[in-house]
Design a protein around this ligand. Sequence first.
Ligand code: PS7
Ligand code: MN
Ligand code: MN
Ligand code: MN
Ligand code: MN
Ligand code: MN
Length: 348
Amino acid sequence: PKTQHDYSNDKTRQRLYHHLNMTSRSFSAVIQDLDEELKDAICLFYLVLRGLDTIEDDMTIDLDTKLPYLRTFHEIIYQKGWTFTKNGPNEKDRQLLVEFDAIIEGFLQLKPAYQTIIADITKRMGNGMAHYATAGIHVETNADYDEYCHYVAGLVGLGLSEMFSACGFESPLVAERKDLSNSMGLFLQKTNIARDYLEDLRDNRRFWPKEIWGQYAETMEDLVKPENKEKALQCLSHMIVNAMEHIRDVLEYLSMIKNPSCFKFCAIPQVMAMATLNLLHSNYKVFTHENIKIRKGETVWLMKESDSMDKVAAIFRLYARQINNKSNSLDPHFVDIGVICGEIEQIC
Ligand code: PS7
Ligand code: MN
Ligand code: MN
Ligand code: MN
Ligand code: MN
Ligand code: MN
């Protein structure tokens, strides 16, 4: 409970949570349920990175303009009054950047320890994004794929773990396990990249590594050709196995988290990713429809159930079984998927 009532501060907060609601479907609720000590810091962490990602995603900004913004975004967040109006009118989160002075104002009111964590992660993410946005540089190998996902999502896991340990809600061990924190982000990002095949390709963005798709087609866009349907589904299974490799780490990380509000915040996006992988597996819609999503009712159920390790483990087991049941025995990844799904049932 607040002891002081500062109305100007309330107005700043109101604007922040307005932007959070406008820019995130899934994160808005879980962030607002965090304990007071972390809520504003994580809300601002989200909004700063959402601003950075909006610049990365905007394919209407030429590279000579985009790359310097990405590389200096960690300095921009200290510049009171800064706004950005150069991005394309159709960019989904344009308004966040147009009113970015509100985010900066909130950021500057955070405890310095949280500001430092956010600025450090923003610097590393922005430079990583700039590297992969550079003309002629693409995600080619599986190592590139892990590196790109580390920049855009693994680093978020590292920063969040530092916040959990810094505020005393979690043991210092959580921040020390950078490997597990990284996997928390990679599992989410790889699921997102598998799902967004068509959307990203339409925007001329290619995140599926050539080391994987090259085993199934001559070019990445060839996967959508009807005559390549079987190969496309095999390639998709390969991407799903690659993502599922992070589940062991995800479950180990979640079993370290003791604070109930941190636990739900961490667990909900992970169970939603697992439900999404189940929806994607053997589903040709990945190559024909954009924006495949789990049902609203399923999301509501997952958000309600994800409040203990036992229940989260049960959810992972449930989807592992469904994924395994859907596998086609002629798929070259039939055995790999069976092994990982079997392992999930063992661990939990
Ligand atoms: C600070 C909560 C909990 C230890 C904006 C949460 C976009 C998958 O690419 O819109 O637009 O299709 O679905 C989130 C680890 C990051 C990783 C990354 C910041 C979990 C900028 C989420 C989120 C670490 C780069 C989803 C990474 O966006 O995708 C905070 C622990 C932002 C987390 C992006 C993707 C997030 C993502 P897209 P989405
Ligand atoms: Mn992006
Ligand atoms: Mn994005
Ligand atoms: Mn995406
Ligand atoms: Mn999205
Ligand atoms: Mn798009």
